[in-house]
Design a protein around this ligand. Structure first.
Ligand code: H2U
Ligand code: ZN
Length: 338
């Protein structure tokens, strides 16, 4: 009999239809690799050098208003531009390129430079949720925009350029890779089984319990059975909703609550302001109903065993298959305890 807690095995991700290698016995191995410093020194409430703080001038020369809650602006260094003409290039099916119009924005969560989701007030976080819903609607209504990707890079380790609490929105003409994979899987699942993949998965995890981190009335947080990052989690809406524009008032509060809870758990895990990339996955804004889509968020945090030892996706993982050491069940157990 295989010992699923100890023996090497691989697990299937039904959302991407890809595999992850799980090697729990490797947590025994010694570590002499790179140790990074905790890059989150105490921050002031207002930083005169910060380009996101109220009243300061941004790199592009524009001055921020003296905003008092959330603040949204067009990214001064946007990766996508709305006036890009539609065009396509192809040679023998080998060289293919498409133009990519889009709109990139930055959302400041709070005027206070030294806050994070974990230590913002629930009422203020609710305003962030409202800003996300508004932006999803506004950008999604643009005739060229078919997907609105809301994401946050938290911490210098994840490439965040600034500790001021903020996220980015990249909205594009094309549906991005990860979203397209999940969409195809959810669609195929629905066609084959007449059910929603994530509705079914959420119920299964609630019943099993060992990968559950927590839940409130509207959302649940699990370490997915197929997680790649050591303390990866997925936040899933309990109701079958295709996107954040379907959230009720109570569910918007519920989203703010569950995000504050999981980020607070992360911060307690290694006693550090926990780095991660966070992102919503939801219905493309191409005008179709997309009943197959089930609203969820992914947290991809890199820390592995302390504030200073992180996971990299290199070697075998770049060339073959992603791999994890600590089991998702053990990771969920640790997060639940905090
Ligand atoms: P990150 O911390 O995830 O890098 O997000 C910050 C974004 O803010 C980044 O995309 C933009 C950068 O282009 N930015 C401006 O739009 N104006 C500025 O003055 C500096 C940074
Ligand atoms: Zn700031």
């Amino acid at each position: 009999m295989l010992d699923w807690k100890q023996d090497p095995h691989r697990r299937y991700n039904p959302l991407t239809r890809e595999w992850v290698l799980v090697s729990p016995h490797r947590t025994q191995r010694p570590w002499q690799g790179q140790v990074e410093s905790d890059d989150a020194p105490q921050q002031p409430e207002y930083d005169p050098e910060c380009y996101l703080c109220p009243g300061n001038t941004r790199a592009g020369g524009v001055r921020n208003p003296n905003y008092t809650s959330t603040f949204v602006f067009d990214n001064d260094f946007a990766a996508l531009k709305p006036d890009t003409p539609l065009d396509r290039f192809e040679r023998e099916g080998l060289l293919i390129a498409e133009s990519e119009p889009g709109i990139c924005r930055v959302v400041c969560f709070s005027p206070r430079h030294n806050l994070t989701i974990a230590n913002m007030q629930p009422g203020d976080l609710r305003k962030v949720v409202d800003a996300w819903v508004e932006q999803y609607g506004e950008l999604g209504r643009h005739p060229l925009i078919r997907y609105v990707q809301i994401f946050e890079n938290r911490g210098a380790m994840m490439g965040a350029s600034n500790p001021h609490p903020h996220c980015q929105i990249w909205s594009s003409h094309a549906v991005p890779n990860e979203v397209a994979k999940e969409q195809a899987s959810q669609l195929a699942w629905g066609e084959a089984r007449g059910a929603c993949l994530l509705c079914q998965y959420a119920k299964l995890e609630q019943a099993a319990g060992d990968r559950m981190v927590e839940e409130n009335a509207s959302f649940l947080t699990v370490v997915p059975f197929w997680a790649i990052w050591p303390f990866e989690t997925m936040v899933i809406s309990k109701r079958h909703l295709s996107a954040i524009d379907g959230l009720s008032e109570a569910e918007r509060d519920g989203l703010a609550d569950i995000l504050k809870r999981i980020t607070a758990r992360y911060d307690r895990l290694f006693q550090v302001s926990f780095p991660y990339s966070l992102g919503f996955h939801q219905r493309p804004t191409d005008g179709s109903r997309h009943e197959e889509w089930h609203l969820h968020l992914h947290f991809y945090p890199p820390l592995l065993r302390s504030a200073t030892v992180r996971k990299f996706l290199v070697g075998y993982e770049m060339l073959a298959t992603p791999q994890r050491d600590i089991t998702p069940e053990a990771a969920a157990g640790r997060l639940r305890e905090l």
